[in-house]
Write a protein that binds this ligand. Structure first.
Ligand SMILES: NC(=O)c1ccc[n+]([C@@H]2O[C@H](COP(=O)([O-])OP(=O)(O)OC[C@H]3O[C@@H](n4cnc5c(N)ncnc54)[C@H](O)[C@@H]3O)[C@@H](O)[C@H]2O)c1
Length: 327
């Protein structure tokens, strides 16, 4: 029975004004649940949730998860954390605090409320992997003192905390290891490869490939990913995870660039720049567990998912031009 004494749940989404969080909230509201969105608006924006303002079942709270939070809810999705290197390296100490203190605060809340909590973990816990594709039992190859460590090690420590609260206090946990996800509402200038390439192509600027452009990534469309998070939250309590969620189809950066050029009709040239430190050469999820235990696999191909993503960036570039014109 939920706190509302009916089948509707009241659900907390931290990081709800961000890219993934705002899509998750759309889906939870569409399922008839009440949602409290907690966000400090570091990388998220009110624009991502402005269409929900008139929704009586939606509530926004500006709050930083590194401080304790007192709300009454039935479930918690913990997504609060900057996700792109530009943003998480901007204030690395705060990034670690967000992962670690944020996890402690949200787990403490889940413990008091005796409610289930899902952690948005990341494929970055595998670092620069030495096995390929990555299975959940791989412990990773992470530099603990590099510029990406605040994010990678912060997320690894959060996973440790989730399992210790589970073993020590009986908190019901779910851990999703999310691989590269893209779609509308990604931040246009956060340096992630899909948004970078699309914005460069739409503006007719050169497309920047780091290294030789033959390193690979797999890209999951946001709707598929949200479907995986909902299934994981609804799975039997014995399934704690970690569960990999991502699209196993692998593309080189050159292939992605060519696809973006053909979908946008752009003739931007490709240019190369040195590879950033600790950039993983290959990343691809093994999704056997998600397939077997959640009945989940991504359905949307890269070229299908790029279309709405490109439309979104086209309209946001248009909107920012309108703002400049108006000033
Ligand atoms: N998008 C991906 O490809 C991807 C991949 C792996 C993991 N993840 C994880 O999923 C989650 C969401 O990622 P996203 O892509 O939507 O990123 P995002 O930056 O768009 O969203 C993160 C949100 O968290 C908020 N936030 C940051 N610090 C906070 C704090 N201290 N208190 C409250 N709110 C805070 C931000 O303002 C933002 O709204 C993150 O935890 C990220 O690590 C995302």
């Amino acid at each position: 029975m939920s706190r509302l004494y009916n089948s509707r749940k009241r659900i907390l989404v931290t990081g709800g004004a961000g890219f993934l969080g705002s899509h998750l909230i759309d889906r939870l509201l569409a399922l008839g649940h009440e949602v409290i969105c907690v966000d400090n608006l570091f990388t998220g924006t009110k624009r991502n949730i402005e269409h929900l303002n008139a929704q009586p079942l939606f509530e926004f709270m500006r709050h930083d998860v590194t401080f304790p939070l007192y709300v009454e809810v039935d479930e918690i999705y913990n997504l609060a954390c900057p996700a792109s290197p530009i943003h998480y390296q901007h204030d690395p100490v705060q990034t670690t605090k967000t992962s670690v203190h944020g996890a402690i605060n949200m787990l403490g809340l889940a413990k008091r409320l005796k409610c289930q909590i899902l952690q948005a973990s990341t494929s970055e816990v595998y670092g620069d992997p030495t096995i390929h594709p990555q299975t959940e039992d791989y412990w990773g190859n992470v530099n603990p003192i590099g510029p990406r460590s605040c994010y990678d090690e912060g997320k690894r420590c959060a996973e440790t905390l989730f399992f210790d609260y589970h073993r020590q206090h009986g908190v019901q946990i779910k851990i999703a290891r999310i691989f590269n996800t893209y779609g509308p509402r990604m931040h246009p200038s956060d340096g992630r490869v899909v948004s970078n390439f699309i914005v460069q192509a739409l503006k007719g600027e050169a497309i920047t490939l780091y290294g030789d452009g033959y390193q690979t990534r797999s890209f999951c469309y946001v709707d598929d990913l949200i479907d995986g998070l909902l299934r994981l939250m609804d799975s039997p309590p014995a399934l704690t995870g970690p569960v990999n969620l991502g699209n196993p189809n692998e593309f080189t950066m050159r292939e992605l660039a060519r696809l973006v050029l053909s979908e946008t009709g752009s003739s931007s040239p490709l240019v190369t720049q040195p590879l950033p430190q600790d950039d993983p050469k290959q990343r691809r999820p093994d999704i056997t567990i998600a397939q077997a235990r959640l009945g989940w696999a991504p359905k949307i191909s890269l070229s299908e998912g790029l279309k709405p993503t490109i439309d979104y960036f086209q309209s946001s570039i248009g909107r920012s031009r309108d703002c400049l014109d108006a000033n």
